[in-house]
Ligand binder design. Structure first.
Ligand code: SF4
Length: 323
């Protein structure tokens, strides 16, 4: 049946009479732009405070890929923590060397840092590892994301340590966290479930201030606040297991709102319980680079050797901050 004009009335914010731009699927509450923004920023600030993510004296390196999530994170850290702006906040962009994709996002990251007035470091696979990701992928049967994930994490840690960061902030959101939880279960990676991301040997501690925010809300926040979002998508993204898990989680979240949050909550409980009962592994170092490692070779050196860029046994041991 055709809708009459009376049926098409504007839905208003539950907190004021302005038109709503957002619906919370769990509570059914509607929010206008201004109440949505306030609620979003409060939630991020609460995540940071409750988990003591940023403490006085911290120097925070934000991992800025130039994509939506990390861009919103950089904007929010500059806004919520103006005390960091002088010399306590820097953005680090890793240029993996992905033709037709990284150029746009690196450019977008540079412009954002200028606008925010914060320092910006760009580090590349080419400079640090001797080859771009595109070149490495041609040399290896491994999936691009497997190579990229390990090397990017290593490079980010090294750049952050060189700058003197006490925390590395990443833009992981609720969707990312639920996907990771499911991927670790699907791949039987029991060790990764209890893997602590802080503590001796883990490098500069990571914080995830957006971990409770959905990707949908992050996108809306960016749109409402004129935060530029590059359109480019990594050409390798569709080849990853994560892409398939994302599709599954998206469907479940649509059918049963709140699924992602429940997956993360359940997974965190299991991880915490496993951690409490875990026998600490003996402290070991990679025999190639000297960095902390659970095996003879760390993940980074293993990948680099696989793609023909790694040091050979007996090469001088490298220290933190070197590749
Ligand atoms: Fe790297 Fe994969 Fe992300 Fe592309 S989609 S940037 S290859 S992890």
């Amino acid at each position: 049946m055709m809708k009459t004009p009376a049926d098409q009335r504007t839905i208003c914010c539950d907190s004021c009479s302005l038109p709503a731009v957002s619906l919370d699927p769990l509570s059914g509450a509607h929010f206008c732009a201004s109440h949505f923004n306030a609620r979003f920023e409060d939630a991020v600030a609460r995540t940071i405070t409750e988990s003591r993510m940023i403490l006085p004296g911290d120097r925070v390196a934000v991992a800025l890929s130039g994509g939506k999530d990390s861009t919103v994170l950089a904007v929010l850290l500059a806004k919520l923590h103006p005390d960091l702006r002088d010399s306590g906040l820097v953005a680090i962009t890793v240029d993996e060397g992905i033709a037709g994709y990284r150029e746009e996002t690196v450019g977008s990251a540079c412009k954002l840092c200028e606008r925010l007035g914060i320092g910006h470091l760009v580090v590349s696979f080419g400079d640090r590892f001797g080859a771009t990701l595109d070149a490495m992928v041609r040399e290896s049967p491994k999936r691009a994301c497997t190579i990229c994930g390990v090397l990017r994490r290593t490079l980010l840690q090294q750049a952050a340590a060189e700058w003197g960061a006490t925390k590395v902030a990443t833009g992981h959101c609720l969707d990312d966290e639920s996907e990771t939880a499911l991927m670790n279960c699907l791949s039987g990676a029991a060790g990764r479930i209890s893997h602590a991301e802080s503590g001796p040997g883990a490098g500069v501690p990571r914080i995830k201030p957006l971990r409770a925010m959905s990707e949908k809300d992050i996108t809306l926040y960016a749109l409402l606040n004129d935060i530029p979002i590059p359109r480019a998508e990594c050409p390798y993204a569709r080849t990853s297991l994560r892409a398939e898990v994302r599709g599954m989680m998206g469907y479940l979240e649509y059918r049963y709102p709140g699924t992602a949050a429940k997956v993360v909550e359940g997974y965190s409980g299991i991880a915490e319980s496993l951690r409490r009962h875990r026998t600490p592994l003996p402290a070991r170092r990679c025999t190639l680079c000297g960095q902390p490692s659970s095996g003879e070779h760390c993940q980074c050196c293993t990948i680099l050797r696989m793609v023909g860029q790694g040091p050979e046994p007996g090469a001088p041991t490298k220290r933190s901050g070197q590749v």
